[in-house]
Ligand binder design. Structure first.
Ligand SMILES: [Zn+2]
Length: 433
């Protein structure tokens, strides 16, 4: 089974990719190097089914050594990744790391129908969205692996791009431009989004980026988003980056939002309807919260922690900001929403790619934290969460056990008992009093 042979040792990969995107033809061509630790479990990658390896080699002290890319199904790829699992026939040789030279090209295939997953990645003539879900780069299968990267992206010169790294420069040549980013911190994904400049909403003073017809109207959310982010920083402390948070709005209709080291990608954008302002502000805050809460594995139930903490903190800050009883109404709605779904297995027994995980992690997870907060004392609980946020910032991996241990230290055994009861509760709604 998955999970048992994963150790707590967290590892880092270094990616250096040169990538050419042709939005008209929907094609991608990538060459580059990946440096990985010389361990068995680090040599597994997921790659989109529409992409074909054209070169796989290993760089050693004595030169290049050709490698064979081998498709494998020794473990199942979680269904939110749209790709196959690959490994290479690397001979061990006592080094600390492997340097892989790779080339691949092709098209981004959408998920198969029977996976029932939305197309989160695509190369279209009017928009490109690429992240780990579409496995547009060889995604390390061991999700405890973080990546630092250098990315050069060659595309038509009338396109504009965003990525989850620091933009170094844009070099124009005849009909194309090369955009270069660097991400020195270890992160869990490489994300690029882009569109033709003529369609783009480009406003230095706005947190929102994307197609003019979608992103332009978001300007009215700018002030609130900034002010709420400040409230979060007061509570949760500094994060380890100076990069300002940005929201990239994409035309994708399904699949929602994901946050990657300061870049928040939102399919379809947020509603700017006044009647939906409160839940929209909370949803934006939830994504900003992932600047702190993004270190739990998505392959184990630990992922509940990132989502429940992002829900809890965003709901509390929305309540602070609006001062209109948002918390009470939200607790009630969440409970109703959870009960309506009928029996939901325990948080502990679910992984993110299972259907019931959403209700368990977001609804029951939030209610769990709220329960402890009300039983122990809101101020004490919030202070504990603030300190824990800094543990998340400083560590590569965060687990439920690390959280429970820390909470017990700060708030006592009662808090941990409540959490344990709720985490193993299997049934409708929440555990009875
Ligand atoms: Zn989230």
């Amino acid at each position: 089974m998955l999970g048992c042979h994963y150790t707590m040792v967290s590892m880092s990969n270094e990616y250096s990719l040169y990538c050419n995107i042709n939005p008209i033809k929907g094609q991608l061509k990538v060459s580059g190097t990946i440096t990985i630790p010389a361990t068995e479990e680090s040599a597994y990658f997921i790659l989109n089914r529409g992409l074909r390896w054209t070169k796989t080699a290993r760089l050693t002290a004595s030169g290049y050594q050709k490698l064979n890319a081998l498709e494998t199904d020794i473990v199942e790829v979680p269904r939110f990744y749209n790709g196959d699992l690959w490994t290479f026939d690397i001979q061990k040789s006592g080094q600390d790391e492997f340097v892989l030279e790779i080339e691949y090209s092709g098209q981004i295939h959408p998920p198969t129908k029977d996976s029932e997953m939305p197309a989160m990645g695509y190369i279209k003539r009017d928009f490109v969205e690429l992240a780990c879900y579409s496995a547009w780069y060889p995604v390390p299968f061991n999700m405890e692996t973080n990546m630092s990267f250098e990315l050069a992206l060659e595309s038509p010169d009338d396109w504009t791009w965003e990525a989850n790294g620091k933009l170094q420069k844009v070099e124009d040549s005849e009909n194309s431009a090369v955009w270069r980013w660097k991400q020195a911190r270890p992160v869990n994904d490489i994300v690029v989004v882009g569109l033709p400049k003529r369609d783009a909403h480009l406003d230095q003073d706005s947190l929102f980026w994307g197609p003019r017809n979608l992103a332009g109207s978001h300007k009215i959310l700018d002030t609130s988003a900034r002010e709420m982010k400040e409230l979060l920083e007061e509570w949760l402390g500094p994060i380890d980056t100076q990069e300002p948070v940005r929201f990239a709005i994409t035309p994708r209709k399904l699949g929602g939002a994901y946050a990657r080291s300061g870049l928040i990608v939102v399919g379809g954008g947020y509603s700017t309807d006044v009647s939906l302002r409160k839940p929209v502000l909370q949803a934006m805050c939830h994504e900003i919260c992932h600047d702190w809460f993004c270190k739990a594995s998505v392959k184990t139930y630990d992922n509940w922690l990132d989502e429940a903490l992002a829900e809890y903190c965003s709901i509390m800050v929305t309540d602070d900001y609006l001062n209109e009883g948002y918390l009470e109404s939200r607790v009630e709605k969440t409970l109703q929403g959870l009960e309506k779904q009928g029996r939901i297995p325990s948080i502990k027994s679910l992984t993110r790619d299972q259907e019931e995980a959403y209700a368990a992690y977001y609804f029951r997870g939030f209610l769990l934290l709220h329960e402890i907060s009300e039983k122990i004392g809101r101020t004490e609980f919030r202070n504990m969460v603030g300190e824990f946020a800094q543990i998340c910032v400083k560590n590569r991996i965060v687990t439920t056990d690390i959280f429970l241990e820390f909470m017990e230290q700060k708030l006592g055994t009662k808090a941990r008992e409540i959490a344990n009861d709720w985490l193993s509760f299997d049934g409708i709604g929440t555990p009875a009093e």
